[in-house]
Design a protein around this ligand. Structure first.
Ligand SMILES: NC(=O)c1ccc[n+]([C@@H]2O[C@H](COP(=O)([O-])OP(=O)(O)OC[C@H]3O[C@@H](n4cnc5c(N)ncnc54)[C@H](OP(=O)(O)O)[C@@H]3O)[C@@H](O)[C@H]2O)c1
Length: 237
């Protein structure tokens, strides 16, 4: 639940889904929202917004942010990259490294740095993953691998933090209408709807949520017949 006692921290808050998390948190009455970006700027004008500089690949930057935002009760690990890279692309190794550094190690760094604040407040963490954490699209194989790693990470974090009464939620959306999916032709979710669905999860009991029809259908298909879904995805993408 979001109310005036909520102090949220959103990574990658300068654009795309992260900016909508900030907007929706404010609309729901959050008391303070740290809007983190690599530049430390925000265009969202509200007295409750605190812009803060953060590069999730940089230990010192993460440590500084965790000290400044030591009153955080809700951490939203949203920052992510997708190099749209297949494993046999010329620059596949560099791309895989960049994705794992942000999408996996970034979440790990942030979670470790903010765990004391979340434990003290018996707060919550929402990790923005992707339905591609559950399956592979060969056209972006290393992105899928990085999100799968982050899903396993999220499951372990949940186990380690639940004795401290900290909720850890994995959000697995389908395609979202942001810069990251500009080349995707299919239906895309609005970033505001995705942010709302992820925040709604705080009032429920599910720890893994599939956002949008694409994610929900894929999850159901994988549960029913994993091989059939893989065969279809791997021949199409
Ligand atoms: N778009 C989709 O279809 C889709 C689908 C499923 C899941 N997701 C996930 O949703 C999340 C948000 O993505 P989006 O769609 O909003 O993409 P986006 O518009 O490309 O935004 C990505 C955000 O992450 C930030 N970021 C990247 N590297 C960073 C770093 N090293 N340190 C701090 N911030 C960093 C970016 O900052 P800069 O502006 O400085 O680059 C930007 O604010 C990601 O985790 C993504 O994987 C997206």
């Amino acid at each position: 639940m979001i109310d005036h006692t909520t102090v949220a921290f959103v990574s990658g808050a300068n654009r795309g889904l992260g900016a909508q998390f900030v907007v929706r948190l404010l609309a729901r009455g959050a008391g303070k929202v740290y809007a983190a970006s690599r530049t430390g700027d925000t265009t969202i004008r509200d007295a409750r917004v605190v812009p803060i500089a953060l590069d999730v690949t940089d230990d010192a930057s993460v440590a500084r942010a965790a000290i400044v935002a030591a009153d955080t009760t809700l951490l939203i690990n949203n920052a992510g990259v997708n190099r749209q890279s297949a494993f046999f692309a010329a620059d596949a190794i560099d791309n895989a490294r960049a994705e794992i550094e942000v999408n996996y190690f970034g979440v790990l760094r942030m979670s470790r740095a903010f765990a004391p604040a979340l434990k003290a407040s018996e707060g919550a963490m929402i990790n923005v993953l992707s339905i591609l954490a559950r399956t592979a699209l060969p056209a972006m194989g290393s992105l899928c691998a990085s999100k799968a790693a982050a899903l396993r990470l999220t499951e372990s974090l949940r186990a380690e933090l639940s004795p401290h009464r900290v909720r850890v939620i994995a959000a697995l959306p389908g395609a979202i209408d942001t810069e990251m999916s500009r080349d995707f032709d299919g239906p895309k979710l609005s970033p505001a709807d995705v942010a709302d669905a992820a925040l709604d999860a705080l009032a429920g009991s599910a720890s893994e949520i599939f956002i949008g029809a694409m994610a929900q259908q894929l999850a159901a298909g994988l549960a029913a017949d994993r091989a059939a879904i893989h065969a279809r995805l791997h021949s199409t993408y």
